[in-house]
Design a protein around this ligand. Structure first.
Ligand code: TA6
Length: 277
């Protein structure tokens, strides 16, 4: 991988690959049997000035609006370091490690020292994400949200069924941020949808992703699940193709309803496994 390049590729063979843009350490492609699983808008901007529209951006230290800059924090708009270039493991899987630490910019915006480590493992039909947030301070608590803002590629979002959310409370950002309870076993998306489901199960399933397969999401230490599709509101976004919304669904694993308050000298770890079924 050339120094200064912005893209890192993992190739497990057998048409299984993953591509990461160092801008935001954004996974911009995950191909299983040469089938793309991840949505990236044709209008996405790669100038390093804003988050990539699509892929799997990392939201840290803030989910949503805040007073210190663009919503969803700075991690997804900063250039990450390659801590360990792609390496084949004895299992045949491929691993790469990326990192982001506090800088003059982040300290001017959000005055906490931190070190974020992001380990990706590409397995045969699975992509494993391991995130660690370390608080190097000796006397200061570090409050943050953390979320993987995953855009799944789908043939038709109206045919997707999301299971695992029955009974969960959710904030509905399309209805004045009021709180509701999910009464459906199967959640479907047929309109603008923007919901923060709280205390969701470890396992969420999405049907009718690429090739009519299912996507299993397993999350650890990430209590919430965000479901988003902008529907016709995508027309208001310059970096979102005008007819693209039927072909994506965001199902995002994160810790956003309650921030993590990380004690000095300690590390918070969370992970997610995506598996094509
Ligand atoms: O995760 C859902 C959400 O919070 C939506 O409210 C919408 O704002 C989306 O994120 C995309 O946000 P962005 O800042 O990338 O346009």
């Amino acid at each position: 991988m050339a120094s200064g390049s912005t893209v890192v590729g993992l190739d497990r063979g057998n048409n299984t690959t993953c591509t990461i843009n160092l801008h935001g350490a954004t996974v911009v492609s995950w191909r299983v049997n040469n089938q793309e699983q991840i949505f990236v808008s044709k209008e996405a901007v790669f100038d390093g000035k804003k988050a990539i529209r699509g892929g799997i951006p990392i939201v840290f230290p803030q989910f949503g609006l805040w007073n210190y800059g663009p919503q969803h924090g700075f991690a997804r708009i900063m250039r990450w370091n390659v801590e360990r270039p792609p390496e084949r493991l004895p299992t045949g899987d491929v691993e790469a490690i990326f990192s982001l630490s506090d800088t003059d910019y982040t300290r001017s915006v959000w005055d906490f020292p931190f070190r974020l480590t992001y380990r990706l493992i590409l397995r045969e039909k699975e992509l494993h994400f391991n995130l660690a947030v370390y608080n190097p301070s000796i006397d200061t608590m570090c409050p943050f949200h953390l979320l993987l803002h995953t855009y799944f590629k789908v043939p038709d979002v109206r045919r997707c069924q999301i299971t695992g959310l029955f009974g969960c409370m959710f904030i509905d950002k399309t209805r004045d941020n009021n709180m509701y309870q999910e009464t459906r076993d199967v959640v479907t998306v047929n309109e603008w949808t923007d919901r923060i489901y709280q205390c969701t199960p470890q396992e969420i399933m999405i049907t009718n992703v690429v090739s009519g397969r299912k996507m299993k999401i397993q999350k650890y230490n990430l209590s919430d699940t965000v479901i988003w599709n902008p529907w016709e509101k995508s027309k208001e976004m310059a970096d979102f193709g005008k007819d693209e919304y039927p072909n994506m669904i965001c199902v995002e694993s994160g810790q956003v309803s309650q921030p993590i308050i990380l004690r000095p000298g300690t590390t918070f770890e969370a992970s997610q496994v995506l598996q094509v079924m």
